[in-house]
Ligand binder design. Sequence first.
Ligand code: NAD
Ligand code: IPM
Ligand code: MN
Length: 357
Amino acid sequence: MTHKLLLLPGDGIGPEIVSQAERVIQTLGRTHGLSVELETALIGGAAYEAEGDPLPEQTLALAQASDAVLFGAVGGPQWDAIERDKRPERGLLRIRAGLDLFANLRPASLVPELAEASSLRPELVAGLDIMIVRELTGGIYFGQPREQGADRAFNTMVYSRSEIERIARRAFEIARLRDRRVCSVDKANVLEVSEFWRQTVTAVAADYPDVTLSHMYVDNAAMQLVRAPKQFDVIVTGNLFGDVLSDIAAMLTGSIGMLPSASLNEQSRGLYEPVHGSAPDIAGQDKANPLATILSLAMLLRYSLGETVMADAVERAVARVLADGLRTADLQSAGSTPVGTQAMGDAVIRALESASH
Ligand code: NAD
Ligand code: IPM
Ligand code: MN
């Protein structure tokens, strides 16, 4: 079966890292018979420059017609002062809303070889395997009213029952495939919206008696993630809290350059992207770690295309190059020479090819 895939490289390091993932797709065609129809389209600052819109209609239409989307990153300082609706980040938010990608899965698991790259002591992160399930199309990111005035500005954190129910269900279902524990993170001691979140998640839990539900305030959760991260299995939380907590979780695993994510809708069609941003500070220098994007491709193969064998092969190839000692600069300990983006891509491809012989 031929799958329709859309690549959205975006800005900064986006094109460099997505092109390594594209080479992996091509390699899978040779090694595993992956059959894809690939399209590439503009998003973010690149789309704003070309079309005056960070999400051109044609890009959204192509995404809607695809089985899955692989996204790089958007944004950069040159667009930080333009009108908010035209900014690159708005393109990403609009495509998430346009595809109804309410469930953002951000796994943080430690590749054993990277234990020493973590900012925590090895014994705190050995065997770490957390899944953050972040609500992605609601909350304060999208709440109305919102306004920026001359002397005051505001946003609205709002969640409806159905929005909370669907993300909670997704979290409980994911927990059933793992250690059957869900920790719901909120700020129910202060915010009405969080108290409603907590009540609604608790009600949904009744349908999943085999899964253990706990609740935690977000400030404590941030602390617990760096104190004893292995206590968590699945974390379910709202849009803003999930954004922050997933960057914390990223560092536990060695580098934000390692963390993939999947953003899924009800039909499990989805957009896959690294958790990190466009890293303008290292863009165009062959320094970016492409592994978060390559691991996002593995998630794409697994969740949207059902190509489990290929997903496993990609993840094993990444583990292999790390075991062989290859490190991009973000993972580098002092003393040795890091490899570049392209060389890291080469190594993953070699590992895939040699495993299939
Ligand atoms: P960032 O994630 O882009 O960068 C933070 C730090 O991590 C930088 O020092 C960067 O060099 C490093 N880094 C990130 N990815 C890396 C990789 N693959 N390999 C090696 N090092 C890596 O976050 P930021 O600096 O806060 O934001 C930069 C721009 O990216 C902003 O415009 C922001 O809005 C945007 N952004 C986009 C996304 C996205 O597209 N999903 C996510 C976050 C930030
Ligand atoms: C992320 C990013 C985005 C977010 C921005 C760029 C809109 O930080 O994907 O984590 O806040 O969701
Ligand atoms: Mn973020």
